[in-house]
Design a protein. Structure first.
Length: 248
């Protein structure tokens, strides 16, 4: 874990209103974390408004790092091998016992902003129900990401275009309302859904691999599995299948 001991906020202290917003990055791809850090630093200019206080590549690292560094905002990946963003939220928000985050006079728990390659309704709803304040996709620009961090820190709810509709649809009818259950869609893993979504948008296997940080061979394996589970025979039928379920 690349946390800097000097970046930790001492227990019992509050951030100055003029201090930079301290962000903690949680993503299992080190290259992506490096890119986000570089973009935020490059976009700061002069006195930075947003600084990266630390980062983690797993749920355990994230929970420990957030508790130690006490950031203002956590940028949280949704899909990770050991549980993902919802698990980080559950463990941080449900933390008990003494520690920096519970010390007398300590500032409130951080605000969580999901940052994911996925724009699937079920992913958005899951992480918002777990306690995230917003959800943006990894296509967001550095400037818009910094703005999203500032807005969630100020108390706004922030979503990439069209994602807010998923939340409104899920919560408008009654508390705890869930998206409609689709047995055919539920048989796909989250990674298979990610591959399917990009495939239906016309991405090549190589482009899908680049977006999801996986090999072309792994993409081919996922596509074969999706074709079998959906009982379709080619990418054109698969694209129509995905469009019918509003995955595109």
């Amino acid at each position: 874990m690349s946390d800097d001991e000097t970046a930790a906020r001492p227990p019992g202290t509050e951030a100055s209103p003029d201090a930079p917003i301290r962000v903690y990055l949680v993503d299992d791809h080190a290259l992506f974390r490096s890119g986000v850090r570089a973009e935020l630093d490059r976009g700061a200019g002069g006195e930075p408004e947003v600084v990266v206080a630390g980062e983690a590549g797993s749920v355990d690292e994230a929970v420990a790092g957030i508790g130690h560094l006490r950031p203002d905002v956590v940028l949280l990946d949704v899909h990770m091998p050991d549980g993902g963003g919802a698990e980080v939220l559950r463990r941080v928000r449900g933390a008990k016992g003494p520690g920096p985050a519970q010390a007398e006079g300590a500032s409130a728990q951080p605000v969580f902003l999901a940052l994911s390659v996925s724009d699937a309704a079920e992913d958005v709803i899951t992480v918002i129900r777990a306690g995230a304040r917003g959800y943006v996709t990894k296509t967001i620009s550095a400037q818009d990401l910094a703005d999203a961090v500032r807005r969630v820190r100020a108390g706004d709810a922030v979503f990439s275009p069209r994602l807010a509709g998923f939340v409104l649809d899920a919560f408008s009818d009654r508390p705890g309302a869930a998206p409609p259950i689709d047995p055919e869609l539920d048989q796909l893993t989250r990674r298979e859904r990610d591959v399917l979504r990009l495939l239906a948008r016309g991405y090549s296997y190589k482009e899908i691999g680049g977006e999801l940080f996986i090999s072309v061979k792994t993409v081919e394996t996922h596509v074969s599995s999706v074709l079998r589970k959906t009982q379709t025979s080619n990418r054109y039928e698969l694209s129509r299948w995905a469009t019918d379920r509003r995955l595109v």
